[in-house]
Design a protein around this ligand. Structure first.
Ligand code: NAD
Length: 443
C-alpha cells in the first residue's frame, strides 16, 4: 500500500519504518526541514533502539521516503496517517493546532481516489469527527465531493522498545464507522498479526478513549504505588517488600508498581491532564485522575526533600553526581522528566551538578536544562562522581544496574547514595558501606 505519515517524530518515524519493513511504500512527512534533511542523509534525529538500522535499510531500498511536501504525499497515498504532536495546552487540554493544520492540508490536496485518513496522534474523544469536518470544509471550498473516511488508530508503543512494540503489538485498536475503512486497516495490519488476531475494531470514540484510559490506568498504578511508598516511609514499612507482597496477587500483578521519583515523558502527564480536562468539559469532576496527577507532581520533589534532609536548605557547598536525565531508560526523550525538576531544585539552592546520561545529554544541554549554569555534563558514569558529595540515581539505565560499588565509594566524598528508582537491596548496600536512601523505605 502507499502510505503517507504526517509528523515524523517518535511515533511517525517508528510507524513509517515498520510499515516500510513490511513491504509498503511509505513517505514520512514533516514541517521540520532540518529533520527531513537529516533523515535523507540517514541520520535519525532521535534515539530509539533499532530504528536507525531500519530507517537506513528501507530508505536505501526506496520503500521509505522523507519529504516536506504534504500535497504530493497526500495525493499519492491510499492511507494518510496523522502523527503530529498533541502537546498540553495551558489549561491542560490537548493542543490540537498541529492536527487541525494537517487536516486542512489534507482537505486542500485530497484527490478523487478513496483515501483513509488515520488519526494516530493521541487526541481527545471527538477529534476524528473534527478532522472530518475540517477536511469537508476544505473540500467544499474546492467544490469537490471526494469519498474519504477518518479512523482512529491510537498508538501504544513505548519509547525504548518502540520497534518491538510496533512489530509485535499486544493489540491494534482501530475505531471506524465504515466497513471499507476497517477492511483496509485490517489488511494493513495483517502482517503484524502472525501470532494471533490482535486487531480490535470498534467505534471511533471508543478507540480515542481507549488510548487515554490505557495511559490513565498505567499512570494510576504508578501514583498508587508511590503513595503507598510514602505511607510506608512514615509507618516504618518497606515498599519493596510490600510490592512483592501485593504483586504476587494475580489480580494486581508486578508490572507498573515500581516506586520511584515520579513518571514523566511525552504521554502520561499530558494524557492524564487532557482526559481530566475533557471530563470537566462534560461536567464530571475526575477526582481520581486529578489525584494521580498531583501525587506524581509531588513525587518529583521527593529526592530533593531527602537531599535537603541530609545537607540542609543551603546546598552552595555541595556537588551532586546525577545518573540519568531521560524520563526513562532506552530513550533520549526528556519531556517532563523528573531529572528536570530535581536538578533545577538542587541548583536553585546553590548546588553544583555533574550529570551523566548515556543518551539524553544533548537534549539536556541544548533544550531542557540549557539555561542552568550549575551543571557539568560528563561522558562516563564514574566521571560524574569525581569530588561529588553524593550520588543521585534518577533514570534506571541498564548500565547503572550493576555498577562497581567499590569505585563509587572510592570516588564519592561521602557514602551517600540517593536512589530514585530503588535499584538495589538496602541491606546489601549498607553492608557495602553506603548510606543508601530509597523511596518508600525509612532513611
Ligand atoms: P514528536 O514531537 O516526536 O513528533 C511530532 C512531529 O510532528 C514533529 O517532528 C513535528 O515537527 C511534526 N509536525 C508538527 N506539525 C506538523 C505539520 N503541520 N506537518 C507535518 N509535521 C508536523 O511527537 P511523538 O512523540 O511522535 O507523538 C506524536 C503523537 O503520538 C502525540 O499525540 C503523542 O501523544 C502520541 N504518542 C506518542 C507516543 C510516544 O511514546 N512518544 C506513544 C504513543 C502515542
Amino acid at each position: 500500500m502507499n502510505i503517507s505519515i504526517i509528523g515524523s517524530g517518535y511515533v511517525g518515524l517508528v510507524s513509517g519504518a515498520c510499515f516500510a519493513q513490511m513491504g509498503n511504500k511509505v513517505t514520512c512527512v514533516d514541517i521540520d526541514i532540518n529533520k527531513i534533511k537529516k533523515l535523507q542523509q540517514g541520520i535519525v534525529p532521535i534515539y530509539e533502539p533499532g530504528l536507525e538500522r531500519m530507517v537506513r535499510e528501507n530508505y536505501k531500498n526506496k520503500s521509505l521516503l522523507f519529504s516536506t511536501d504534504l500535497p504530493q504525499s497526500v495525493q499519492s497515498a491510499d492511507i494518510v496517517f496523522i502523527a503530529v504532536g498533541t502537546p498540553m495546552g495551558e489549561d491542560g487540554s490537548a493542543d490540537l493546532q498541529h492536527v487541525t493544520s494537517v487536516a486542512q492540508g489534507i482537505g486542500q490536496h485530497l484527490m478523487e481516489n478513496y483515501t483513509v485518513i488515520v488519526s494516530k496522534s493521541t487526541v481527545p474523544v471527538g477529534t476524528a469527527d473534527k478532522i472530518k469536518t475540517v477536511i469537508r470544509q476544505e473540500l467544499v471550498k474546492r467544490n469537490k465531493d471526494i469519498n474519504f473516511d477518518v479512523v482512529s488508530n491510537p498508538e501504544f508503543l513505548k519509547e525504548g522498545a518502540a520497534i518491538d512494540d510496533f512489530m509485535y503489538p499486544d493489540r491494534v485498536v482501530v475505531g471506524a464507522d465504515s466497513e471499507q475503512a476497517i477492511n483496509i486497516m485490517r489488511e494493513l495490519y495483517a502482517p503484524f498479526m502472525k501470532n494471533h488476531d490482535q486487531f480490535i475494531g470498534m467505534d471511533v470514540r471508543s478507540a480515542e478513549m481507549t488510548k487515554y484510559a490505557a495511559n490513565a490506568m498505567l499512570a494510576t498504578k504508578i501514583s498508587f504505588i508511590n503513595e503507598i511508598a510514602n505511607i510506608c516511609e512514615l509507618v516504618g514499612a518497606d515498599i519493596n517488600k510490600v510490592r512483592s507482597g501485593i504483586g504476587s496477587d494475580a489480580r494486581i500483578g508486578y508490572s507498573f508498581i515500581y516506586p520511584g521519583c515520579g513518571y514523566g515523558g511525552s504521554c502520561f502527564p499530558k494524557d492524564v491532564q487532557a482526559l481530566a480536562k475533557t471530563s470537566k468539559d462534560y461536567g464530571y469532576i475526575p477526582q481520581l485522575l486529578n489525584a494521580v496527577e498531583s501525587v506524581n507532581q509531588k513525587q518529583k520533589y521527593i529526592i530533593v526533600h531527602k537531599v535537603i534532609k541530609q545537607f540542609g536548605e543551603n546546598l552552595g557547598n555541595y556537588i551532586f553526581a546525577i545518573w540519568g536525565l531521560a524520563f526513562k531508560p532506552g530513550t533520549d526523550d526528556m519531556r517532563q522528566a523528573s531529572a528536570i525538576i530535581i536538578i533545577n531544585e538542587l541548583t536553585s539552592r546553590g548546588a553544583k551538578i555533574q550529570a551523566y546520561d548515556p543518551k539524553a545529554r544533548f537534549e539536556a544541554e541544548t533544550h531542557y536544562l540549557k539555561d542552568n549554569q550549575n551543571i557539568t555534563y560528563v561522558d562516563e558514569k564514574y566521571q560524574a562522581l569525581e569530588n561529588a558529595d553524593a550520588l543521585i540515581l534518577i533514570t534506571e539505565w541498564l548500565e547503572f544496574r550493576s555498577p562497581d560499588f567499590a569505585k563509587i565509594k572510592q570516588k564519592l566524598k561521602t557514602n551517600l547514595f540517593f536512589d530514585g528508582r530503588n535499584q538495589f537491596d538496602k541491606t546489601r548496600m549498607q553492608q557495602l558501606g553506603f548510606k543508601y536512601v530509597q523511596i518508600g523505605v525509612k532513611d
